[in-house]
Design a protein around this ligand. Structure first.
Ligand code: MLT
Length: 272
């Protein structure tokens, strides 16, 4: 389905009923990365996924895409769907967008799931790498970025024994536009430091991290757990950075348990 938001089209899915749970995808993926979560959760809650601007079947406006602009798109989609408050599940870049969302619209956040992400900003070298990666996407296309991700985003056991997961990720990445990938890289390079956002996050928060996540490692997850007043941390064993794709059973079980723990909150604002 498509929503017309701020002059662009945002592609989304909306399944199930009850507590609204919005899934915000990683870079350089699309909402297709959440297929296993949609299947497992649509009988439990209202599951919404969206393609962020520049990705999947959403429009590819001119960049860079700030995390604030993406958060504003999520809020506008909520308005389109008549949702006042939601649980946000953000993985990696989706986590950066969730921090920006919480800064701008704290009252619209019922609970947070921060997966394989971090509150800290990039180092100078990290920003330089992003600018180079943005140029590479423009020059060589999405397939080159998919190859770069393969080198860093997965657990050893995934790389060695579960090629179908690498192929699935590649298919998702290669369907994206190089311009959208570049615009998001440049937007991430300019993102705010969310370290100071942590203390103000007063909603229930679940932090998930792959035990072998080399991009946003367990130490970053521990720092978020220590900084957020009501946060719990669960390590997804045998997963790298793409923990929801690599170990969907563990990831889904953690989500279902967390959503179950929000029972009263969901009932109070049940919508849709
Ligand atoms: C992601 O998975 O969204 C990216 O690895 C985030 C990043 O590049 O910092």
């Amino acid at each position: 389905m498509k929503a017309e938001i701020d002059g662009i089209e945002i592609d989304y899915s909306d399944e199930g009923s009850g507590l609204p749970v919005i899934f915000i995808h990683a870079f350089p993926m699309s909402r297709a990365m959440w297929d296993a979560q949609v299947a497992a959760l649509r009988g439990v809650c209202r599951v919404i996924t969206l393609d962020l601007r520049g990705f999947g079947k959403s429009s590819v406006p001119e960049g860079p895409y700030s995390m604030d602009a993406m958060a504003s798109d999520v809020r506008a989609l909520m308005a389109h769907l008549d949702i006042d408050g939601a649980v946000l599940v953000g993985l990696s870049m989706g986590g950066y967008v969730s921090f920006a969302f919480h800064r701008a619209y704290p009252d619209a956040v019922i609970a947070l799931v921060l997966a394989d992400t971090r509150a800290s900003v990039d180092t100078h070298e990290g920003r330089e790498r992003r600018f180079k990666s943005a140029e590479k996407a423009e020059r060589e296309g999405a397939a080159a970025i998919a190859s770069d991700m393969e080198l860093v985003a997965f657990a050893r056991s995934t790389v060695e024994g579960r090629k179908e997961i690498l192929q699935r990720a590649r298919t998702i990445i290669e369907a994206n536009s190089p311009a959208g990938i570049a615009a998001a890289q440049r937007g991430m390079a300019a993102r705010h430091d969310s370290t100071y956002t942590l203390i103000g996050i007063d909603c229930p928060t679940l932090i998930l991290v792959g035990s072998e996540d080399a991009l946003t490692p367990p130490s970053e997850a521990e720092a978020m757990r220590d900084g957020i007043p009501h946060a719990r941390l669960k390590v997804i064993e045998g997963a790298g950075h793409m923990s929801n794709l690599e170990q969907p059973e563990q990831f889904n079980a953690a989500l279902i348990e967390f959503i179950g723990s929000l029972e009263g909150r969901g009932g109070a604002i049940e919508q849709g």
